[in-house]
Design a protein around this ligand. Structure first.
Ligand code: KIV
Ligand code: ZN
Length: 503
């Protein structure tokens, strides 16, 4: 009989800990909605006690999400658990995930506690979590460098205290698949009928997916994954890789099922890339740009004769509509809406109006509009936050011998502001003029520009990382046919985020 694998997604918690992947509340809500469409069982959406921003995002997501369980991480610390419980109050389904380290190195040097103290702390805090939330998960941090008999003792103790999911993370991505199998087999046999054993693998040796599959073979029935494999350091096991391996290799792995709607994999992955401004590497399995393209003549010939000569799955299985030319300037709203639905987006009337207006505008400026252009337009609109400062016009001039200049017209609370500035290069001039017009000083920490689709007239997608007034870095994105305007929009996006976070 086919057995269920619970999908616990941690894109918005462990994934967000990845350098350059921090998101504002609106962006997190859009990812949470995508994860709900994707069908994840549990979404871990932050660490409530870590900052007011995390608390707010968890609380808002808890109000919106109905079909997946919403989860907050908490250390085995009273205040962490209380904050998690409070943030999750409005959730239809909720889980508190609490953890403490169990490896000798962590207990001795980080926690400075004996194993007995660690065990007592875990029990006390699982009990507290249970009093606030029926569904409690407990993790032994660095479990895969911990003593297996201590893990068993922990499992017994936290089960008695009320936890029903027991997570065994490979926190530092150290183990090999055979070793993972053995640990999961032993713990799963030991806890059978009491605890759901969960796998959480990091990818430091590039083994996170293989290790997650080995854990399932060993008895794990929950897996902790992220979209695009985002996560601390080298990332976490990628949801799309594990889920597709389970589907494509059911013959070897066994008849497991998940509640994942496979056709939502690609749209969700793209939405995430658009939001954080980082595409998966081109050769990334399942969702990389080259994952379904065949370059060599021999392969192309084979695929034309019989797709299965070189394809073990179809692009359409993950909701990827191959890079095709889409609607043109004469297309109507209904066809436009159908196309967006095919790409995995379902828009409210207002959102559809805005996206359609953007699309028509783009058709006037660009010869060919591709699926990727549409995805970028919709994603940019979805993550738009309240615009305190709005770009009305931008002019730049760059005489290579002299200083570059930028002149901007912006709107702020109904008032028009005009300013000009010079800089070391055009981009510098653009950012300086915005600083001057807004009277908020930013320092640029990172700048990246990508072409959204193909052709010389491709839309430019700019991502910036800026620290305003010495505060923590904020990411902004801008989309335009003109790279300078896209840069200005990205910088203003970061500025508007900063202002809305500090209201
Ligand atoms: O990698 C890890 O150990 C974690 C825990 C907090 C579950 O992310
Ligand atoms: Zn982790």
């Amino acid at each position: 009989m086919s057995e269920r694998i619970i999908i616990f997604d941690t894109t918005l918690r462990d994934g967000e800990q990845s350098p350059g992947a921090s998101m504002n509340t609106e962006e997190k809500i859009q990812i949470a909605l995508a994860l709900e469409r994707l069908g994840v069982d549990v979404m871990e959406v932050g660490f409530a006690a870590s900052s007011p921003g995390d608390f707010e995002a968890i609380n808002k997501i808890a109000q919106i999400i109905k079909n997946s369980s919403v989860c907050s991480l908490a250390r085995c610390v009273e205040n962490d658990i209380i904050q998690a419980g409070k943030a999750l109050e409005p959730a239809a389904k909720k889980r508190i995930h609490t953890f403490i380290a169990t490896s000798p190195i962590h207990m001795e040097y980080k926690l400075k506690k004996t194993p007995a103290e660690v065990l007592a702390t875990a029990v006390k805090n699982v009990k507290l979590a249970k009093s606030l939330c029926e569904d409690v998960e407990f993790s032994c941090e660095d479990a895969l460098r911990s003593d297996i008999n201590f893990l068993k003792e922990m499992a017994d103790a936290v089960y008695e205290a009320g936890a029903r999911t027991f997570n065994i993370p490979d926190t530092v991505g150290y183990r090999l698949p055979d070793e993972i199998y053995k640990v999961f087999k032993e713990i799963s046999d030991y806890t059978k009928g009491r605890l759901i054993v969960s796998a959480h693998n990091h990818n430091d040796l590039g083994l996170a997916t293989a290790n997650t599959l080995a854990a399932i073979k060993g008895g794990a029935r929950q897996i902790e994954v992220t979209l695009n494999g985002l996560g601390e350091r080298a990332g976490n096991a990628a949801l799309e890789e594990v889920v597709m391996a389970l589907k494509v290799r059911a013959d070897e792995l066994g008849e497991f099922y998940t509640t994942i709607n496979h056709k939502e994999i690609y749209p969700s992955s793209r939405l995430l890339s658009n939001i954080i401004g980082v595409n998966p590497q081109p050769n990334k399995a399942i969702v990389g740009k080259n994952a379904f393209s065949h370059e060599s003549g021999i392969h192309q010939d084979g695929v034309l004769k019989h797709p299965e000569t070189y394809e073990i799955m179809k692009a359409s299985d993950i909701g990827l509509v191959q890079d095709n030319l889409v609607l043109g300037k004469h297309s109507g709203r209904a066809a436009f809406n159908d196309k967006l639905k095919a790409l995995g987006f379902s828009l409210e009337a207002e959102e559809l109006n805005r996206a359609f207006a953007e699309f028509k505008d783009l058709c006037d400026k660009k010869k060919e509009v591709f699926d990727d252009d549409l995805i970028a337009i919709v994603a940019a609109d979805k993550i738009k936050i309240e615009e305190k400062f709005k770009l009305i016009n931008l002019q730049v001039s760059d005489c290579s011998s002299a200083l570059a200049t930028a002149a901007v017209t912006m709107e702020c609370d109904g008032e028009t502001i005009r300013e000009a500035a010079i800089g070391d290069g055009v981009i510098d001039a653009v950012f300086k003029v915005i600083d001057r017009a807004s009277k908020v000083n930013g320092s640029l920490l990172d700048y990246k520009v990508d072409a959204v689709s193909k052709g010389k007239d491709a839309l430019a997608q700019v991502s910036v990382k800026v620290s305003f007034e010495g505060q923590r870095a904020i990411i902004g994105h801008g989309l335009d046919l003109d790279t300078m305007k896209a840069s200005a929009k990205a910088y203003l996006g970061a500025l508007n985020s900063y202002i809305s976070m500090n209201k």
